[in-house]
Design a protein around this ligand. Structure first.
Ligand code: PLP
Ligand code: 3DJ
Length: 419
């Protein structure tokens, strides 16, 4: 909490209004559908709001590109769209030079492809196979399930880093478990439950010291937290585009493969769209050079439209400014939780240091499941994550400080109301 501010002042509408008035990105909020409503949206890290510009983009696509160009659209733009738009995600949000990012599939499927590709290629310096994959016990379910499935398929061992639900993986834990048997380490940059932000640069270096590869799940960072994949020396990454990139329900995920690995990795879903010459329709699979080989089938072109509007907005705002707003929003949420909810038994289950926190904050209380249900009835939309976690996702460009204040005040009202 800022020193000069009293608890009473912090919770006043005028204080939130002053924060919004000082926010250089405040006007961006008006560009989203629904910004004018009283609804409090705390779930932009599950499904981002659409931008108003997207309706026009979708209509124009139907009328002009799809309706007008018909199948010629493939040659003119769509065939390369996973790669050209992937480059744009890489440039605006990931610190990735062109030719290393592609869009397609879901995050789950891309995790499968990249984990399989990495473990199949892993060899120790002595030439024998590396047989372990490292991940943490509180990683997102899909990450754990995919790795366990691949371990069964390929006869590998999963080495678990045990983490506290309110924290994330730290460097010492990584150093302790990685070794000469480690093929791959798969971690989330921002933990989906606690919001803990990993030190991706240091962890990547530690994994490399052990001779292994790292795969970062960026679902809860892309578009909220600056990422520097090239500068950090990351090997592989995946992430969702329907959260902070506002691509809409089920919009395709992205995969990053560092240039140096592309031609030696073989992904397991060998489809014609990843072939060196798809329209040759030849007898045998020959992977394309570069990122195209990580594509399997026909790309979901319609699903790639909406995120273009959000990428343009983030590009205009700048990732550094987006992160700055994100930190201020989450800090305000933590301060309000301390001022208005701590006396009711609510604790903050996210890092208190904003430098170690992503774009969401989780508040802990045994009644949060029923509190969430009641909040939804009152048009306040957070997420509930078991056990007892009320997750407040604060999409930086579409959330105001006033929204945060009203939302947390609603949590207090619900907790105080008779059961
Ligand atoms: C950290 C993380 N990884 C992976 C996923 C899975 O993504 P998808 O369901 O799009 O495959 C999600 C969200 O669902 C997530 O939050
Ligand atoms: N992908 C989701 C969906 O299809 C339905 C509901 C929620 C989601 C989510 O994205 C959940 C999110 N990954 C999480 O961190 O909880």
């Amino acid at each position: 909490m800022p020193n000069e501010v009293t608890r009473g002042e912090l919770t006043q509408p005028s204080y939130a209004a002053a924060l919004d008035a000082r926010d250089p990105l405040a006007a961006c909020r008006d560009e989203f559908v629904g910004a004018e409503s009283r609804l409090v949206y705390f779930d932009g890290n599950s499904l981002g709001r659409p931008l108003r510009a997207t309706a026009g983009r979708l209509a124009a696509f139907v009328e002009e590109e799809w309706g007008g160009r018909l199948i010629r659209g493939w040659d003119e733009r769509w065939y390369d769209l996973p790669l050209t738009l992937g480059d744009e995600v890489g440039r605006v949000c990931l610190g990735a030079a062109p030719g290393q990012t592609t869009l397609g599939d879901s995050t789950t499927v891309l995790l499968y492809k990249l984990v399989r590709a990495a473990v199949d290629a892993a060899e120790s310096t002595s030439g024998s196979r590396r047989t372990e994959v490292v991940l943490d016990t509180d990683n997102f379910p899909t990450d754990r399930y995919v790795v366990e499935g691949i371990a069964e398929e390929r006869g590998l061992t999963v080495r678990w880093i045990d983490v506290d639900r309110t924290a994330g993986v730290n460097l010492d834990q990584v150093r302790e478990v990685v070794g000469e048997q480690t093929a791959l380490v798969l971690l989330s940059h921002v933990a989906y439950r606690s919001g803990h932000l990993a030190d991706a640069r240091a962890v990547t270096a530690a994994v490399h010291d052990a001779g292994a590869l790292v795969l970062w799940d960026l679902c809860h960072s892309v578009g909220a937290v600056p990422v520097e994949l090239d500068a950090w020396g990351v090997d592989l990454a995946v992430g969702c585009t329907y959260k902070y990139l506002n691509g809409g329900p089920g919009s395709p995920a992205f995969a990053y493969v560092a240039q140096r690995h592309q031609d030696r990795l073989m992904q397991p879903i060998r489809g014609w769209m990843g072939h060196a010459d798809p329209f040759l329709m030849g007898p045998a699979y020959q992977p394309a050079a570069g990122m195209r080989r990580f594509i399997s089938g026909t790309p979901a072109v319609v699903g790639m439209l909406a995120m273009q509007d959000m990428l343009a907005l983030i590009d205009r705002a700048g990732m550094a400014a987006v992160r700055d707003k994100s930190r201020r929003l989450t800090s305000y949420a933590v301060d309000l939780a301390d001022a208005r909810l701590a006396d009711l038994g609510v604790t903050v289950a996210s890092p208190r240091d904003p430098a170690q926190r992503g774009g969401h904050v989780t508040l802990q209380h045994e009644r949060m499941r029923e509190v969430t249900a009641e909040l939804w009835r009152r048009d306040v939309i957070p997420d509930y994550r078991d056990p007892g976690g009320l997750r407040i996702g604060l999409s930086p460009l579409s959330t105001s400080f006033e929204e945060v204040r009203r939302g947390l005040e609603a949590v207090r009202e619900v907790l105080l109301s008779p059961r």
